[in-house]
Design a protein. Structure first.
Length: 338
């Protein structure tokens, strides 16, 4: 399945009447995710309302866009879908979201408490998964398959790894935080040796995965569900998931109502629809993530092949908020110096 890359979409022609509800999200959510099904269901339930998806980049890029628009007083989205947990502190510090009204979110009761942040005051989860490494089993010899993070530094892997920029890619940021959690204060030394092995550093996950599918590189940062993707889409395990040292970084994705929206009631209705079992059951084979709603059914093949790391890794969000700017600055200095 070919994943579309750069998108700046307004799905379907807009009518000259009625209300528009504008949603910012990331490109793959629209390109091959559940966006169209959500649009159809929402517009059927709300006649006269047009749901508009805008998705020209990765979630980090879209967050930067909504922050800039809010600070400049420009028109922006009503809803944001696709906020990685590690970016929640940044979004809250920039006052992106208005407080939620839990009584309008009937399906939130079916979301496990361990996925929810701060009593659901501003954002609610809609899916979760694990950032891992993946490789093309047809292109990478078994003797070169890394079993630990240190194995990524082997000279035989030079030019064979695709990484993602943590400034613009939420999986890229999660991978950076994973290495910080793993190596502690020694993480810069790891990156000084890793970056020379990278074929490139892409702006987002979509560009990175496109390169793997095109055969330009055999190894990259992606999700632990990619074996399920390979089995369901290709009928064979062409992509294999690696959990080096038994690890993978747990990522939860959130959505919220942008504070300036004049359509708060409709925005809440959209969040609740996305949490409904009907939409949540599309998540595994469109987003290739685990649904947040515990009542949603997961396809047998997905459950059989989606990998759950033995030792999931995460970082305290307050720690991330306090240190992220310095970490990104250090990473950028290493990138420039390589």
């Amino acid at each position: 399945m070919k994943k579309l890359t750069l998108l700046c979409l307004v799905l379907l022609a807009l009518p000259a009447w009625g209300t528009e509800l504008v949603v910012y999200t990331y490109d793959s959510f629209v390109a091959w995710g559940p966006a169209l099904a959500i649009k159809d269901a929402f517009e059927k339930a709300h006649p006269g309302v047009t749901l508009v998806w805008i998705a020209p980049g990765d979630s980090s890029e879209m967050l930067a866009r909504v922050v800039a628009e809010l600070e400049l007083g420009l028109p922006t989205a009503d809803v944001f879908v696709g906020l990685a947990d590690v970016e929640v502190p940044r979004a809250l510090a920039r006052n992106v979201f208005r407080p939620l009204e839990p009584e309008r979110l009937a399906h939130l009761a079916d979301v496990p408490a361990d996925l929810r942040i701060g009593g659901d005051a501003f954002v609610v989860p809609y899916d979760h998964g694990y950032i891992t490494l993946i490789y093309d089993a047809r292109a990478l010899p078994d003797e070169l398959v890394p079993r630990t993070l240190d194995d990524l530094l082997r000279p035989e892997l030079k030019g064979k790894i695709v990484l993602q920029d943590p400034r613009t890619s939420s999986p890229g940021l999660s991978f950076l935080l994973w290495t910080i959690a793993h190596y502690g204060e020694d993480w810069p030394a790891f990156w000084e040796k890793l970056l020379p092995n990278a074929l490139t550093v892409t702006r987002g996950w979509t560009e990175s995965f496109d390169m793997l599918e095109a055969g330009e590189a055999p190894l990259g940062v992606s999700y632990s569900t990619d074996e399920a993707y390979a089995q369901i889409v290709y009928g064979e395990l062409v992509y294999r998931v690696l959990t080096p040292d038994g690890e993978g970084f747990h990522q939860v994705e959130y959505m919220g109502v942008v504070r300036t929206t004049p359509n708060a009631e409709l925005a809440h209705a959209l969040l609740d629809l996305i949490l409904s079992p009907e939409i949540q059951e599309l998540i595994p084979t469109s987003q290739w993530m685990f649904p947040a709603n515990a009542t949603a059914r997961v396809p047998e093949a997905f459950a059989a092949y989606a990998v759950i790391p033995e030792h999931p890794v995460s970082l305290d969000l307050d720690t991330v908020a306090a240190n992220l700017s310095a970490w990104i600055r250090t990473w950028q200095e290493i990138l420039v110096a390589r």
